[in-house]
Structures are given as C-alpha cells and as structure tokens.
Design a protein around this ligand. Structure first.
Ligand code: LHQ
Length: 257
C-alpha cells in the first residue's frame, strides 16, 4: 500500500491504493507510519517526498471500512491511533518533507498535504475539505493549519462548504508552495527534494522547528529560540563547510551533520 524508495538521500513514499484514490485503510496507515519512522531513524534519509500513485493523491479515510450499519463507531480512536501520530511524525521530523499532490486530495488527504513542509501540486489537482459532506469535522491538523495558512474567513468557507479548491488558487492563497504543470510535477518535486537532501540537514531541520514554534511563541521566546538554535547550528560541520566553501568560491559539500 506504500511504495518506498531511497535515492540520493530522498526517501520517496508513494501512497499506493490507486483504485481507491489512495484512501487510507489500516494497512496503508501502518506502512506510511513505518516510512516516516524510518525517516526519523535513518541518517542517510535527508528529505522525504510524499506523493500518490495513479490519478489521485489521497481521498482521506477509506469509507468502505466505515459501514455505519455496523454500530456507532469511535472515530476518536481512529484519529488517536492513526492520524494524530502521522501528523506528529511529519511535523517533528527535522528534515524537509516535500509533498507532490498529483491529483485530488480530499478530507485527511488534503490536510496531510498541508502539514508537509513544501507542497507542490499538479495544476489539475484539487483540494476538498470533504468532512462536512459526511457530518465530520476536519482532522489531520486542518483546523490548526488552515486558519494559519489562509486566515479564518477562507478556512471557514472551505471547511463549511466542502467546495473544491483548485491548485492554482491554493498556491495564490499560500496554502501550498506552487502549482506546477501536470507533466512537470514529479520532475520538479524530485529535483527539489534532491536539492534539499544535499543541504545542511541539521540547519534545515532546526529552521523547520523554529518556524513551527513561532505559531505558539511570543517574540521574546522566539528570539531566545533563535539564539539557542543558532548556537547549535554554528557548531555543525555543515556550517564550517558552508563558510569554507563560500570563502574558497566553490560549491559546499554538506554531509547533513
Ligand atoms: C473511495 C474513497 C474513500 C473509499 C474515493 N473511501 N473509496 C477520519 C476518521 C475516521 C473516519 C472518517 O474519516 C476520517 C478522515 C477523513 O478523511 S473524512 C473524509 C473521507 N473522504 C471523503 O469523504 C472523500 C470521498 N471521495 C470523494 O468525495 C470522491 O471520490 C473524490 C472527490 C475524492 C474524487 O471524485 P472522483 O474523481 O469523481 O472519483 P470517484 O468518486 O469516482 O472515486 C474513484 C474510486 O475511488 C471509486 O471507486 P469505484 O469502485 O466506484 O471506482 C470511489 O468509491 C473510490 N473512493 N474516495 N474515501
């Protein structure tokens, strides 16, 4: 259910249930989680590229698993067991996570894309906060990320109406980084992930941590955090290499340390 490949420091994780537009069943949840756990543990992974197989990116939870006739479900348990751990793994990974949205992203599928660090989407892709259509509440961090990324007015309209949002508008609004011609998406996303994987991984990881911390920190707390992280970054081998390379007018060779 997940295709996993490591090349040039990039761990590519491809959601692979194309017949169901890559909707999540338990097996896919566990396999995706294992992929992000590998990204945390394996030093040779220096960036992650998340995408979907077939014509969709991810249609959220597999509703075929959710027949209401089988009794009243505990969706809180599903969220706590599967979606929340995944979101925490993506946000706490101190390496860049690039998302290439190759087609429709609905429900949790959309909000997982918004949780990644840099999200590109095929121009034909669309994002749907599908939860309202089935009486649910946005999950996978959507109620946190949407108002932060696009403001309350747009966040409420998207989630209350469940109207699809095209990739170009999503990019104009700052919900994603960029919309790309369909046939260029994977080429661009792979090039970006490969470039970042060759970067100063510790510095990039701490940059991610600092930007995320700003959501809850005061300016004073953030200035203290920047001081602490800069102290740590200044001790990294990649900083020494970056400065040497600059002074010697050559390209740096970062090792991610
Ligand atoms: C699917 C799905 C799907 C199963 C397409 N499941 N088969 C958390 C906790 C616990 C429970 C509930 O949820 C959550 C979080 C959530 O994610 S809630 C939101 C769940 N997702 C949705 O409500 C989206 C449902 N899907 C759709 O609205 C459409 O499929 C979209 C708009 C994504 C795509 O539309 P189309 O391009 O017209 O494709 P399609 O509808 O024809 O789908 C293609 C196939 O994929 C089809 O199967 P079939 O056998 O008829 O070819 C669909 O049944 C299947 N599929 N989404 N979530």
């Amino acid at each position: 259910t997940i295709l996993s490949a490591l090349a040039d420091g990039v761990l590519s994780l491809t959601l692979n249930r194309p017949d169901k537009l890559n909707a999540f069943n338990e097996e896919m949840h566990l396999a995706l989680r294992a992929g992000f756990e590998q990204a945390h543990a394996d030093e040779s992974v220096r960036a992650v590229l998340l995408t979907g197989a077939g014509r969709g990116f991810c249609a959220g939870q597999d509703l075929g698993d959710r027949d209401p006739k089988k009794g009243v479900p505990d969706l809180g348990h599903t969220i706590e067991t599967y979606y929340n751990p995944l979101l925490r793994l993506i946000r706490s990974l101190e390496k860049p996570v690039i998302c290439a949205v190759n087609g429709v992203a609905a429900g949790a599928g959309a909000n997982i894309a918004f949780a990644c660090d840099i999200t590109l989407a095929a121009s034909s892709a669309r994002f749907i906060q599908a939860f309202a259509k089935i009486g649910l509440v946005p999950d996978s961090g959507g109620t946190w990320s949407l108002p932060r990324l696009i403001g309350e007015a747009r966040a409420k309209a998207l989630t209350l109406t469940a109207e699809p949002l095209g990739a170009d508008t999503a990019a104009d609004w700052g919900l994603i980084w960029r919309a790309v011609d369909d046939d260029k998406l994977m080429e661009e996303a792979t090039a970006l992930a490969t470039r970042l994987a060759a970067g100063p991984t510790r510095g990039l990881g701490m940059t991610k941590r600092a930007i995320q911390a700003a959501a809850t920190n005061s300016l004073d707390e953030q200035l203290d955090l920047e001081r602490d992280l800069q102290r740590e970054a200044g001790r990294s081998a990649d900083y020494a290499e970056g400065v040497s390379a600059f002074l010697e007018k050559r390209k740096p060779e970062f090792k991610g340390k």
